[in-house]
Design a protein around this ligand. Structure first.
Ligand code: BES
Ligand code: ZN
Ligand code: ZN
Length: 482
């Protein structure tokens, strides 16, 4: 998509359709005839409410206030309403009061995220024809402001495309996206950028004593791998490690999921997809932050060679884990990959992304990322990135009583809690056992099980993978780079 800005009068626009925001029910700037018509059809300009005035090629959308999250969502709703209509190739955005660069970025992100559609498995796909967007500004005579807006558009383009890239990975079926394919995607990223990549195959995983991930992988016909992507600028301001859960399919293993819960478990690689999307964006933005993306890529299946409830695993860091439920596999994979990541990189911050627990969805709903850790500093960075990126985060606090629930009678720790309650936090506490003492204050776990996969369209997210975590973390890293 080509975005450009213009300070000409919008009446000179000779494109196909014009997007007009009606903010907080204020119709003052709406053309008088249109206003009458909008009243007739009871268009209230509620948030995300769209009206397409076909004869005049105008697309009205309601937005409750000039909040960036609401602008992003309204723009996506508007674009969705004209998706696949071949007549609309060039869209203009009518000027609106008080739009700073942050608002423009949110609108451009909304346009790109709303225009996304996953078509790989459609024999007759409906595709978007939108190629060009011209943004008319009230006044862009100030060169510094103009540059800030150009920059915002560039950011939006990179960030939204990285989110859509992550969505594609999540939406791809387990037969087309298994661990080796995730490794291929990572290698591909390096071909067109300064990113570097190292893939650990089964032999190296054995050498590294990553027995937990190896156990999870055993019943799959696909070998597991660990992916390490790197963005290494000279004189980086910070070093940040990202770790992603890449379960290309989670059947539950021998503790098999019931049929209804297994559907959409292709999305259990969303943590990996987030890390890949973030690395793509960071490479393109060329931030002065050293970023390492680690992915544990593996499939959790059943079979004669499957790992079992009752097994005791020797994790990479030497701790023993009693397996009581093979469906709590994500934490086993992360245990090893977190240990490996800490061995390889001395980072200032460590974040892991995982569709780790159904309990997190029960606790927070489908729209919110649960964040957990031992220290405020890395969590504060996430909270600061939340509103500008449009991704909601909520903190879930550890406590010593919940910690007791993952004790094991025969090993150092059990992979499930002895209580059915508080499952998101006990999973987080399990992970914290694999964070070295000197890194405890640097680490935060993000449970993205809720927002990673969308059952019913919300905000700027269509059905399927949402790309959860990408916008949030890119915003955080951009803040660190300032
Ligand atoms: N991948 C699932 C968590 C999940 C559930 C993600 C629903 C997205 C939607 C994870 O591996 C899992 O199965 N967790 C179990 C843990 C339990 C056995 C302690 C769960 O949440 O039920
Ligand atoms: Zn599972
Ligand atoms: Zn899982």
């Amino acid at each position: 998509m080509l975005f450009s800005i213009s300070d000409k009068n919008i009446n000179s626009f000779n494109g196909d359709i014009t997007l007009i925001f009606v903010v907080n029910g204020n119709f003052e700037h709406v053309n008088v005839q249109d206003k009458e018509l909008l009243e007739k059809i009871s268009f209230k300009a509620e948030q995300d409410e769209v009206f397409h005035l076909v004869e005049k090629q105008r697309l009205y959308v309601g937005v409750s206030s000039l909040d960036t999250g609401l602008l992003r969502s309204a723009s996506a709703a508007a674009i969705r309403s004209i998706f696949g209509k071949s007549a609309y190739k060039h869209l203009s955005m009518a000027p609106c009061e008080n739009l700073d660069e942050h608002s423009i970025q949110a609108i451009c992100e909304g346009i790109l995220l709303g225009n996304y559609c996953f078509t790989r498995y459609k024999s007759k796909p409906i595709i978007s024809n939108l190629e060009k967007v011209t943004i008319y500004l009230k006044d862009c005579s100030n060169p510094a402001e103009k540059e800030a807006i150009q920059n915002a558009i560039n950011n939006a383009d990179i960030i939204a495309n990285a989110t859509n890239f992550s969505r594609d990975i999540v939406n791809t079926t387990p037969d087309d996206c298994y661990p080796e394919i995730l490794a291929q995607i990572a290698n591909e990223l390096c071909k067109n950028s300064a990113l570097e990549c190292n893939i650990l195959k089964i032999k190296e995983l054995e050498q590294q004593k990553m027995n937990a991930i190896l156990a999870v992988a055993r019943a799959s016909r696909h070998d597991p791998c660990v992916i390490h992507l790197m963005h290494k600028p000279t004189n980086p301001k910070y070093v940040v490690t990202l770790v992603g859960k890449g379960l290309t399919y989670d059947s539950g293993g021998l503790s098999l999921k019931p049929s209804a819960s297994m559907v959409n478990m292709k999305s259990d690689k969303s943590g990996a997809a987030a890390v890949l999307g973030i690395m793509k964006a960071i490479g393109e933005l060329d931030l002065p932050i050293e970023v390492h993306g680690f992915i544990g890529a593996v499939e959790n299946m059943i079979g004669g060679d499957a790992y079992k409830p009752d097994d005791v695993l020797y994790a990479k860091n030497g701790k023993t884990i009693e397996v009581r439920n093979t469906d709590a596999e994500g934490r086993l994979v992360l245990a090893d990959v977190l240990s490996y990541a800490q061995q390889e990189v001395n980072a200032d911050y460590i974040y892991d992304f995982a569709t780790l627990t159904g309990a997190c969805i029960v606790a927070l709903g489908a729209y919110t990322i649960g964040i957990m850790g031992n220290s405020d500093a890395p969590k504060t960075l996430l909270k600061n990135a939340s509103i500008p990126s449009g991704e909601i985060v909520t903190e879930l606090h550890f406590n010593r009583f919940l910690k007791k629930l993952i004790k094991s009678e025969i090993a150092d720790i059990s992979n499930v809690s002895s209580s059915p309650y508080g499952g998101a936090i006990t999973a987080g506490l399990f992970l914290s056992e694999f964070i070295e003492e000197e890194n405890k204050d640097k680490w935060t776990h993000l449970d993205i099980a809720g927002p990673a996969f969308v059952e019913h369209t919300w905000g700027e997210n269509p059905h399927g993978g949402s790309g959860a975590g990408v916008r949030l973390m890119v915003n955080l890293l951009q803040n660190l780079a300032k």
